[in-house]
Design a protein around this ligand. Structure first.
Ligand code: MN
Length: 326
């Protein structure tokens, strides 16, 4: 598949560059095929050249609404993770999750599924036969140095919707609009789905110590005065106590608000691994290829596990992200 830059119709973004006031950095998505015979495609806004992290959020894939009969849906065979947590959040459809902790769960719209990779975990993700349209986000959270070898974990949470004016908000991580998620995170973090009625404008209190990213799913949304179109991620640095979101489209708009304190560490990210230096990645790859206990085994998945791709030859992966502040 081609990049979004080669297919501008995908974003349906009106040419209103003059409206883009300084302050909000607009990150566009690139299309990435997930692999497999029919290759479902996702729109990736994190990481990218100009930005690796928003708080500890280090990966953002947005997909759908996809007609599963056309795309084949999501079929991701068992694969490993280390040094991160995965956050699955759906708008439509259903995904069956199995991991090497023994978890067997169904990811459904409005329900948070958070898996902690820590030192090592493996999992499979397959959209169910009941799914006709698949639509959602897959997000990763980098673990800070002191917790990056944490034990495997899997948490599930169904936030109650909170009404603020013309907005309906589901806080799956952190605190917003008077709701607090009970799910534990390793760094201060915010994750919430926000649905705005036609014409709705809301001003939300946010933590000035947080940087924020708004990933727009549907409709055109103004964040702090800057227009964001579907598939775009608007970034705002720290220092704001409020955030105003306005739906400027004809129908309802939906977005996911991410936030967190600046991560303050450089990371090395390759395939499904996060480490601090090249050697961490080489070791994780070897451990997966050698079927080490580190990642465990996924039972109940019908098929082979994913082999790791080859590491680029003669290249040492360089750390990226926030420079250490000390
Ligand atoms: Mn995964």
């Amino acid at each position: 598949m081609s990049n979004v830059e080669e297919n501008p119709a995908e974003l349906r973004c009106p040419a209103e560059d003059d409206d883009r006031v300084p302050g909000v950095e607009v990150l566009s998505a690139r299309d990435v095929p997930l692999g497999g015979p029919r290759a479902m495609t996702v729109r990736r806004t994190l990481p990218q050249r100009s930005r690796t992290l928003i708080g500890a959020w280090c990966f953002a894939d947005h997909y759908g609404p996809d007609d599963v009969a056309e795309t084949g849906g999501m079929v991701v065979a068992p694969h490993p993770h280390t040094g991160l947590q995965t956050v699955s959040w759906l708008f439509g459809g259903e995904i069956e999750h199995r991991d090497s902790l023994g978890s067997h769960a169904f990811v459904r719209p409005g329900e948070l599924n958070l898996m902690t990779g820590g030192h090592g975990i493996s999992h499979s993700e397959v959209s169910t036969e009941r799914t006709t349209v698949l639509h959602g986000v897959q997000l990763w959270v980098a673990l800070p140095e002191e917790h990056r070898h944490a034990a495997r974990d899997f948490q599930h949470h169904v936030p109650r919707p909170v009404r603020v004016g013309g907005a309906e908000i589901r806080v799956f991580l952190g605190a917003l609009a008077g709701d607090v998620s009970p799910v534990r995170t390793f760094t201060p973090l915010l994750g919430a789905e926000i649905v705005l009625e036609t014409g709705a404008s809301v001003t939300l209190d946010v933590d000035p110590a947080f940087e924020h990213g708004l990933l727009v799913d549907q409709g055109d949304v103004r964040m702090a005065g800057t227009l964001l179109c579907p598939g775009e991620l608007g970034y705002l640095p720290t220092g704001r106590a409020t955030l105003t979101l306005t739906n400027v489209s004809d129908g309802a708009a939906r977005a996911v608000l991410l936030g967190g304190t600046p991560f303050g560490e450089e990371i090395v990210m390759w395939w499904n691994f996060i480490g601090r230096k090249h050697e961490d990645i080489v070791r994780a790859r070897e451990d997966w290829q050698n079927a080490s206990d580190r990642f465990g085994t996924v039972s109940g998945y019908d098929g082979e596990r994913l082999p790791a791709p080859d590491l680029p030859r003669h290249v040492t992966l360089a750390p990226r992200g926030d420079r250490p502040r000390r």
